[in-house]
Design a protein around this ligand. Structure first.
Ligand SMILES: [Zn+2]
Length: 344
């Protein structure tokens, strides 16, 4: 049994996850529920709640995996990029602190890297040798498994597909680049562009659908309005689909993965547009890559993110079974039984 944790800006979710990816027990807590500056304590509280529940149920734990909402230094076990909402996690040795609290091997990585491992070990990417994942939510994250290995890169930023430039003369992105995929498809971007259209006085039902409050315009509402035929919303959604087509073209032409997964908070809305996204992808991707790659749109749920954390721990325990030698909780030389993805 593994503890899988997803650290989000609003909620920390954790679960006791079996080696088959089944979530047996789930715990959630508001990230800032204990007040400002205490999110790390909330995280440790969620973890110790789960280890306590495992102990009471007689479940043996092999390790803990944490998905974090920013750039992660895996070796130092900490988030290194500043996060506008949960900056208090940045620079804190989270893996060391959780290990000290539990005595178990602890692994941390970016949440999208955890998600791609979750889809690879337990989800729609099972059995694939290569898998790319786009997590379209507030922002756009990404993860990449190539030839059976999670690709991190020397700086940890490999697979950041949300920041591939799809318009080299496009506007500036919060990452510092220009014309990133993120700017056209992220939930935040859609909401911001919708409000900007209203401020320019463009005719739209969005304001009425949001109860007259521009601040209440969500990306889900933008998609709803588009399906109702609203011209402003349709323009934004169509551009998001074209941008995804271009982004998928970059992924397919450069990496030729067996499977591409689109998930995240916006995926439920995108699932209805799969044919349109595939159509735009045809404009940008080389024929052989497009024919060989399977596109799967997987609406996000909290079990998926917990399974991602668990998959991270399973992946690392399998990769470096010697690393936790001497670690409390596991005698040296006894690696856990870790399922390898079946070869298709
Ligand atoms: Zn960017």
């Amino acid at each position: 049994m593994i503890v899988g944790i997803d650290v989000g800006a609003t909620t920390i979710s954790g679960g006791l996850v079996s080696e088959q990816g089944e979530v047996r027990v789930a715990v959630r807590a508001p990230t800032r529920g204990l007040g400002p500056g205490r999110a790390v304590q909330t995280l440790v509280g969620v973890v110790t709640d789960l280890t306590g529940q495992a102990r009471r149920r007689g479940l043996a734990l092999d390790g803990i995996g944490l998905g974090l909402p920013g750039l992660v230094d895996v070796d130092r076990g900490m988030m290194v990029s500043p996060h506008p909402l949960v900056g208090e996690f940045t620079g804190v040795p989270l893996a060391d602190q959780v290990r000290a609290a539990t005595g178990l091997p602890v692994f941390v990585d970016n949440d999208a890297n955890a998600l791609v491992l979750g889809e690879w070990l337990f989800g729609v990417g099972r059995g694939a040798r290569s898998l790319a994942l786009l997590a379209v939510g507030t922002g756009v994250g990404g993860g990449l498994v190539l030839d059976g290995t999670l690709v991190r890169g020397p700086s940890g930023s490999a697979g950041e597909f949300g920041h591939v430039p799809i318009d080299f003369e496009g506007p500036r992105c919060p990452c510092g680049g220009h014309g990133c995929l993120n700017l056209y498809t992220a939930g935040d971007s859609l909401e911001r562009m919708a409000r900007a259209s209203l401020e320019r006085g463009e005719e739209s039902r969005l304001l009425a659908l949001a109860g007259g409050d521009p601040g209440a315009i969500s990306s889900r509402l933008v998609f709803e309005a588009a399906f109702l035929g609203d011209a402003v919303a349709r323009g934004l959604v169509d551009r998001a689909c074209r941008a995804l087509g271009a982004g998928l073209g970059v992924i397919l032409n450069s990496l030729d993965p067996e499977v591409v997964v689109i998930t995240g908070g916006v995926a439920a809305s995108l699932a209805r547009l799969e044919a349109a996204i595939a159509g735009h992808t045809r404009r940008y991707a080389l024929d052989p890559a497009r024919v060989e790659t399977r596109l799967r749109i997987v609406p996000a749920d909290k079990s998926g993110t917990m399974r991602g954390g668990a998959a991270l721990a399973l992946y690392e325990l399998r990769r470096r079974p010697a690393a936790p030698a001497g670690t409390p909780g596991r005698p040296a030389g006894q690696a856990p039984a870790v399922p390898r993805p079946a070869r298709g």
